[in-house]
Design a protein. Structure first.
Length: 105
């Protein structure tokens, strides 16, 4: 797959995320990994692995101290559930599948 096709897929995925009201990751490391994927240096599962590691790192920095009581959140049935979080990897993969199925000029 060409770098041009991958760049288009990434740009379309970011645009769709913005249009859906999702925040797009601003971390420079994430965007560098996307550029590596576009260049063909790494595959999307590696981008996803690195990104999960980044999220885990962020979570560990903001962990809840053990002395803080844990409160169970119960969903009110009268309030609709929020949309699921945006999955960039799934979005890019879907766009690439759609691109492969499109007729070639």
């Amino acid at each position: 797959m060409s770098a041009e096709t991958r760049r288009r897929a990434a740009e379309n995925a970011f645009q769709r995320a913005r249009e859906a009201g999702h925040a797009v990751e601003q971390d420079e490391r994430f965007h560098a990994w996307i550029e590596e994927w576009i260049a063909g240096d790494i595959e999307m599962p590696e981008v996803a692995r690195r990104y999960r590691s980044l999220l885990s790192e962020r979570f560990s920095v903001r962990h809840v101290p053990a002395t803080t009581p844990v409160v169970e959140k119960i969903q009110d049935a009268s309030i609709p559930e929020a949309d699921p979080p945006f999955d960039l990897e799934a979005e890019i993969n879907q766009l690439m599948v759609e691109g492969e199925e499109a007729p070639k000029d």
